[in-house]
Design a protein. Structure first.
Length: 393
């Protein structure tokens, strides 16, 4: 259930992980299924766990968990051995596990699953089969709506390093005393037709009879890596604007669209109109994309287009297009295309008038999410109490 919930909070993150797997296993033709599969997987995980814990369609829940474990336990072993993708993504961006950690986690869960399957207690049903299926359907519907809400209004909980209130430059700094990457460098020399490897400590620096051939550098241990380590923005002409954005004492609104051709044209036009307005009131406005320079020229409209790494853009904001407001290097706000404030709000900000943004849609989604969580918790508690009472009788 936890795995399903954290994936549902960030459905695009799950889609990106499926994309990584399809690329790693040369299955790019399946990439269009990344988002549907991301939603399907988290829903299957959640509803299977819900069925087992609540006792509503418990046998089907055990079957669902068993199928998931049969699929993912051997898959995570393959990933641990081959390591095509470094992070399995089983807990989204909430918790990062190595592939070997994920495999052993699945082994532990498989042992617990065997206990659940073989336990002797009778499964007690307190509702008719039709009512249980109806209730299960309601939970599935609410959970899918929760996924869609996170897609539309941005994740309910931001697990990414680019959170509102963060000073980007501070998250790019390596603290004093932090452990650096550890590498092993070896040198290959040749003498009398025989090649031999040396280290920095014993290579034949003073023996001219050895001829240098090549050198190899291998990463032994990964050192400290700052939360933000790949933030770099350049113009189409190759001019670096990174420091200008990080240390500008005014406001900069970034429109983030990882691929222009993948975004809805109407949403792009709305973003462009907002960009022209904020420039008129004195703000900087930049469009960040990883689209090729040749393709960007099809969208040239007098606004400033900039190039950034696609992975960085995905990490900055889970929307296409999305918007990020930066003031003096601090992230002041993040919005999807659906929650972007009206022009009047930006005007007041530019004039120095601090006003609260209309968060009604976001607030309603938060209330809905809390209500769904309480409903699911209540169902689990009520049906476990009823099951306990029935067993005692």
């Amino acid at each position: 259930m936890f795995s399903g919930i954290v994936k549902a909070i960030d459905p695009l993150g799950s889609a990106y992980k499926f994309h990584d797997y399809f690329m790693a296993f040369n299955m790019r033709w399946l990439d269009f299924l990344s988002l549907p599969l991301g939603i399907l997987l988290c829903t299957a995980e959640f509803i299977s766990g819900f069925a087992v814990i609540s006792g509503i369609r418990r046998k089907e829940g055990i079957l669902g968990v068993s199928l998931l474990m049969l699929i993912f336990t051997p898959l995570t072993l393959i990933l641990a051995i081959t390591n095509p993708v470094t992070d399995c993504g089983c807990f989204g961006d909430a918790i990062h596990l190595t592939n070997w950690q994920t495999f052993w986690k699945n082994v532990v869960l498989a042992i617990l699953l065997v206990i659940v399957i073989t336990e002797k207690k009778q499964v007690v049903s307190t509702l008719s089969a039709a009512k249980e299926w109806l209730l299960t359907g309601v939970v599935v519907m609410l959970f899918v709506l929760f996924c869609i809400g996170n897609l539309r209004y941005l994740p309910l909980i931001d697990f990414l390093p680019y959170k509102t209130g963060v000073r980007i430059a501070d998250q790019m700094t390596i603290p004093e005393g932090a452990e650096p990457d550890q590498y092993l460098t070896t040198f290959i020399y040749e003498k009398d037709g025989e090649q031999k490897e040396f280290t920095l400590e014993n290579y034949p620096a003073d023996d001219t009879t050895w001829i240098f051939v090549d050198q190899k550098t291998v990463l032994l241990k990964k050192g400290y890596e700052p939360p933000i380590h790949d933030f770099a923005i350049t113009t189409l002409d190759g001019i670096d604007l990174t420091n200008q954005i990080l240390y500008h004492d005014g406001y900069t609104l970034l429109m983030i669209t990882k691929k222009l051709n993948e975004a809805d044209s109407k949403k792009l036009l709305n973003g462009f109109e907002t960009g022209r307005f904020v420039e008129d009131v004195g703000m900087n406005f930049l469009i960040l994309t990883s689209t090729s320079s040749d393709e960007i020229r099809n969208y040239m409209n007098g606004l400033q287009f900039c190039i950034a790494d696609e992975t960085t853009l995905k990490t900055m904001l889970r929307a296409n297009p999305g918007f990020m407001l930066i003031h003096n290097g601090v992230i002041e706000g993040k919005w999807s295309w659906a929650t972007l404030p009206k022009n009047e709000w930006f005007k007041n900000i530019a004039l120095g008038t601090k006003i609260s943004k209309d968060n009604s849609a976001r607030l309603l989604f938060s209330i809905f999410s809390i209500a769904v969580g309480l409903f699911v918790l209540a169902v689990i508690l009520v049906f476990n109490i009823k099951k306990h009472c029935s067993l005692n009788k």
